[in-house]
Write a protein that binds this ligand. Structure first.
Ligand code: PRP
Length: 213
């Protein structure tokens, strides 16, 4: 049996839809949001629903053979796992955002504070830029940072742009594009090669049909 970890929340719905289109799942499992384990119809695949940031952990330790997670989570967690497929959904951008009047001048601050749910991505981005900043780790509603003076800017994902807009913030710099990825455990890729390749082939076929359609 192959175990696949899905990120609870936004990505899980689209992941399940992809497995349905691939013929791996026939129906959306009953009580999808609460049940943490469910199986494919033929019983060959076990799906587990985990917190998004835990997907790479389950996959690295082999508790899951594969997983679906956002590129943001993969970059932040930095786990030793193989990234096999870009699934094309969950598209958004990792950006630096702040007040529009800060555009072009914010980084010249002697002491710039950055609020974020992604401290590792933030640290690595600013160190590549040769900038030294103070990182303030938050767990959500990061946009509040500049609004109430906790930070000068934020590093966060932007999807529709609505949260930034409604809070008077703008994108100051683009860090990287984000989308959902299929990741695989390094040992499982050898030991369960046939099963995993068959799953990936089915998914790849759906992705190709979507790209051509
Ligand atoms: C994410 C992200 C932004 C928002 C972006 O937050 O951190 O706040 O979505 O989406 P938008 O560009 O479509 O408005 P999430 O909804 O995960 O909630 P959180 O802030 O509590 O983490």
């Amino acid at each position: 049996m192959v175990t696949i970890a899905l990120a609870k929340g936004r990505l899980a719905d689209e992941a399940v839809e992809l497995f349905q289109k691939s013929g791996i799942l026939c129906n959306k499992p009953d009580d999808f949001s609460r049940k943490l384990i469910f199986h494919s119809e033929d019983g060959s695949i076990r799906f587990i629903l985990v917190k998004p940031s835990d997907v790479p952990t389950y996959v690295e330790y082999g508790a899951a053979d594969a997983g679906i997670a956002g590129k943001d989570t993969l970059l932040e967690e930095g786990r030793a796992i193989y990234e096999m497929l870009d699934l094309g959904f969950g598209k958004c951008r990792m950006v630096v955002a702040g007040f529009p009047e800060k555009k072009d001048i914010w980084i010249t601050n002697a002491h710039t504070r950055v609020a974020t749910k992604y401290p590792n991505i933030t640290r690595s981005y600013f160190s590549r830029q040769g900038e030294s900043v103070e990182i303030i780790r938050l767990n959500g509603s990061v946009e509040l940072g500049p609004l109430i003076g906790l930070s000068d800017v934020i590093v966060d994902i932007v999807e529709s742009g609505r949260t930034l807009r409604e809070n008077g913030l703008v994108v100051l710099e683009e860090i990287c594009p984000i989308s959902a990825r299929l990741v695989v455990n390094r040992v499982s890729l050898k030991v369960k090669d046939r099963e995993l390749r068959s799953i990936m082939d089915k998914i790849q076929k759906v992705l190709e049909e979507q790209n051509n359609g």
